[in-house]
Design a protein around this ligand. Structure first.
Ligand SMILES: Cc1ncc(COP(=O)(O)O)c(C=O)c1O
Length: 399
């Protein structure tokens, strides 16, 4: 894995130790080059004008869409729409699914706001109901509890595949099987799963899946949203406008087929065309290699922090259950102060606060956490440096 580090300009130029990949990943040269090529060689729109530059854009978008489909194990690229992020996809499903007053949406109690805020809004605006599958105090999902919580009258199951706070991954395939047995479709928030493991949508049989391509080496402001074609055909678009319709008259519209109907207006073309090299890069590294590499780093994280005074882990103690996420607190210290000190003292960049998962923290009476999140380009030396700095911070300031 060490060899890949040279492909990332911020690493090559020693601009600090980046441990905030659960927020945004770094970008390798091939992705940056693809964006620069777009702006210098064919900076036009896609899917509209017929001149040569625009045709090149349209073809490049098609290629990116085909790559996304192949990457996620799906035969039909038209099942994938490009969005600006994972949140947009989650909202497209929530708003377009046709939920009515009294309909129940089942989630877990550790969801990111991208799988929470819209349901609360729709409870207020439409009158839908929300049901929560409770996880353990540490946020670990229990399939038996899920079986107890689900019932035939649930209209949609919507779960985070991997938590951005605890790093825990839910058994999505089993969740889908149980839900489908009751005739209930499943939406999954794959923002933290898709960057770190092989996600085969055909095998999972999930009905809708959203991900942040910008957490998968692709440029900022690009996400994707997948749906089974028969589901997409019944989904109303979230945003109306150009590009999503065939013929419109003064009093009628005819929606374009998926995926165009979900991509209103001009898009982030430089970002979308660079999705292909990003996913090709991940394929070269190998998703299984990434998964195993993060396991090694996570175990090392456990080792370098186990003797640190006052440190508690938010999430499971078993490092193998935490993916690339290490959330923690140090007694007597605010998480933002920990993050600032790590950066100021040693250039280690992590995240702090409630990570857009406020209900989890509030229900556990925790003020927030510091969170180091790892990816393919982090190495053991960086983890050791993180541990040394944290030990120093704890010695100086912890209660
Ligand atoms: C679990 C989870 N879901 C959704 C999101 C939102 O992703 P995006 O910013 O691409 O909308 C995040 C971002 O951190 C996340 O961790």
């Amino acid at each position: 894995m060490e060899a890949f580090r040279k492909d990332f300009p911020t690493i090559r130029n020693s601009l600090g130790i980046y441990m905030d990949s659960a927020c945004e990943s770094l970008n390798p040269d091939c992705v940056i080059d693809a964006m620069v090529r777009y702006y210098t060689e064919y900076p036009a729109c896609g899917g509209r004008s017929v001149h040569s530059m625009a045709t090149k854009v349209s073809m490049a978008i098609d290629e990116s869409r085909e790559k996304v489909a192949e990457f996620f194990g799906c035969d039909d690229p038209n099942c994938f729409a490009f969005t600006k992020n994972c949140t947009e996809g989650m909202n497209i499903v929530a708003r377009g699914f046709g939920l009515k007053r009294g309909d129940i949406v089942l989630t877990t109690d550790v969801e990111h706001n991208s799988n929470h805020v819209q349901w609360i809004e729709m409870a207020e605006q439409v009158g839908i109901k929300r049901r929560y599958c409770r996880t353990s105090e540490k946020g670990v999902f229990d399939i038996e509890e899920f079986k107890r919580t689900i019932s035939k009258d649930v209209k949609l199951v919507s779960v985070g595949h991997t938590s951005n706070v605890t790093g825990c991954t839910v058994p999505l395939k089993e969740i889908v099987e149980i839900s489908h047995d009751l005739g209930i479709p499943v939406l999954a928030d794959g923002a933290q799963a898709a960057p770190h493991m092989k996600v085969d949508l055909k095998d999972l049989d999930v009905d809708f899946y959203c991900a942040s391509l910008h957490k998968m080496l692709a440029p900022k402001g690009v996400g994707m949203f997948y749906g089974k074609m028969d589901m997409l055909k019944n989904l109303r678009p979230l945003i109306g406008g150009g590009g999503i319709v065939g013929l419109t008259t003064y009093d009628s519209i005819k929606l374009s087929p998926p995926p165009e109907r979900f991509e209103a207006g001009l898009s982030n073309y430089s970002g979308i065309v660079a999705v292909k090299p990003a996913l090709e890069y991940l394929e070269r590294v190998g998703m299984d290699n990434i998964h195993n590499h993060e396991k090694v780093l996570q175990r090392a994280m456990q080792k370098v922090t186990e003797d640190i005074k006052g440190l508690s882990i938010v999430g499971p103690e078993d490092p193998d259950l935490r993916g690339g996420v290490f959330s923690f607190n140090i007694e007597g210290l605010n998480s933002h102060d920990i993050a600032m000190m790590l950066d100021n003292m040693g250039g280690v960049m992590i995240r702090s606060g409630m990570h857009c998962a406020h209900p989890f923290f509030v229900s556990r009476k925790i003020d927030g956490s510091a969170r180091a999140s790892l990816y393919l380009y982090n190495n053991l030396k960086e983890v050791e440096r993180f541990g040394e700095l944290l030990a120093k911070i704890s010695e100086m300031f912890a209660k």
